[in-house]
Design a protein around this ligand. Structure first.
Ligand code: MYR
Length: 131
């Protein structure tokens, strides 16, 4: 269900979320329009993700339930896991700099990929359309 090329179409409360993450207003303005594209290839428990945006191109490999490291576009380092809960991917990542937890989910809803984020009491969503 997740396989395919997904392009961000709109954001909900993403600026507030990034602000809570400690990202300055200049970077937030750029990140709001980062043209994020994710290509997801799932094979069983293994995922290969190609992320591309105005900030960077990045390849990510992970296995469900296995901890891995990831750096956000602003350099913030996190470590955590993705797990599958029914049809929903649930991620739990801990920031290396302050030990606070960022949770995120991915679900395909009505043909769109909905990614939710929570950090320190603030929720946001990014909604992607299949390319
Ligand atoms: C992936 O599955 O795409 C790689 C792992 C993602 C880890 C956590 C994602 C959190 C991204 C938050 C970005 C918001 C920046 C303030």
């Amino acid at each position: 269900a997740f396989n395919g090329t997904w392009k961000v179409e709109h954001n909900e409360n993403y600026d507030k979320f990034m602000e809570q993450m400690g990202i300055n207003v200049m970077k937030r303005k750029l990140a709001e329009h980062d043209n994020l594209k994710v290509i997801i290839e799932q094979t069983g428990d293994k995922f290969h993700i190609k992320e591309s945006s105005t900030f960077r191109n990045k390849d990510i490999d992970f296995t469900l339930g296995v901890q891995f490291d990831y750096a956000l576009a602003d350099g913030t380092e996190v470590s955590g896991t993705w797990e599958m809960d029914g049809d929903v991917l649930k991620g739990k990542f801990t920031r290396k700099d302050n030990s606070k937890v960022l949770t995120t989910t991915r679900a395909v809803v009505g043909g769109e990929l909905v990614q939710s984020y929570n950090y320190d009491g603030v929720d946001a969503k990014r909604i992607f359309k299949k390319a």
